[in-house]
Design a protein around this ligand. Structure first.
Ligand SMILES: N[C@@H](CCC(=O)N[C@@H](CS)C(=O)NCC(=O)O)C(=O)O
Length: 243
């Protein structure tokens, strides 16, 4: 959990199924970790989920994308491409959510994100890659702003919805017949860490109709019952605007 984040739901305050699962994720003291994050960033959300899953405490360092803080020279030193998230672990700086997740996996192997079985491992990476390479970059602010500027916001939303639906259609086909609790089994893995922020943002920000994606919709419900996903939600972050 974010160590300076009083608005995050402490695991012990969760109720029902969430509280029951939370009991198995004791926080690991790791005061060196700092996560540079923006509340609404789905890429940051992936890392928050993984940190929560692995029980790693971290300091939340907000980077306001709407105020262009990602272009501050101080942040650019952490990530030269000027995107969140970035993680600082003592002397180590890692930027890009995929790289951070793989770093966490190597350095903090508890609650593994990647299964040993090569086929399941490949499926996890394929799902992560669809979200991370074929959906999210096409809805990112610079793309959205460019389309809005050249055309209008109506065209920008249509563009975004088109690419999310294209990706979700592929994901739904890949996961057809999935009967496990989470995407690739009964444990939370890399695929889930990528899926939930994309589904959540798809619904909340881009008005995606999930009734045509029954497997993704069912997974989304399962994620929202688990404290590691709940604590990573955009509106629970310290830099989220108050309602
Ligand atoms: N591949 C990168 C993409 C990072 C990315 O696109 N971050 C977005 C937020 S989700 C961002 O910082 N946007 C700032 C901007 O577009 O100026 C990752 O997975 O970390």
């Amino acid at each position: 959990m974010a160590s300076d984040d009083s608005s995050n739901v402490p695991l012990q305050e969760l109720t029902g199924a969430a509280a029951a699962t939370a009991a198995v994720v004791p926080p690991v003291k790791s005061p060196k970790l700092k996560l540079y994050s923006f509340w609404r960033s789905s890429c940051s959300q992936r890392v928050r989920i993984a940190l929560n899953l692995k029980g790693l405490e971290y300091e939340y360092k907000p980077v306001n994308l709407l105020a262009n803080e990602q272009s501050d020279p101080e942040f650019e030193r952490l990530n030269p491409i000027k995107y969140v998230p970035a993680l600082v672990d003592g002397e180590t700086i890692v930027a890009d959510s995929f790289a951070i997740l793989l770093y966490l996996e190597d350095k903090y192997p508890q609650y593994p994100l990647l299964p040993q079985d090569p086929k399941k491992r490949a499926l996890n990476i394929q799902i992560a890659s669809i979200v991370g390479s074929s959906i999210q970059p096409l809805q990112n602010y610079p793309v959205w702003n460019f389309i809005e500027e050249k055309l209008d916001s109506n065209e920008a939303i249509k563009w975004t919805q088109h690419h999310i639906n294209r990706g979700f259609t592929a994901l739904e086909k890949l996961l057809k017949g999935c009967s496990t609790k989470y995407a690739t089994g009964n444990e939370i893995q890399l695929a889930d860490v990528f899926l939930e922020p994309q589904i959540y943002g798809g619904i909340k920000r881009f008005g995606i109709d999930m009734s045509v994606y029954p497997v993704l919709a069912r997974l989304h419900e399962a994620y929202l019952e688990h404290p590691v996903f709940l604590a990573a939600l955009p509106e629970k972050q310290p830099d989220a605007p108050s309602l």
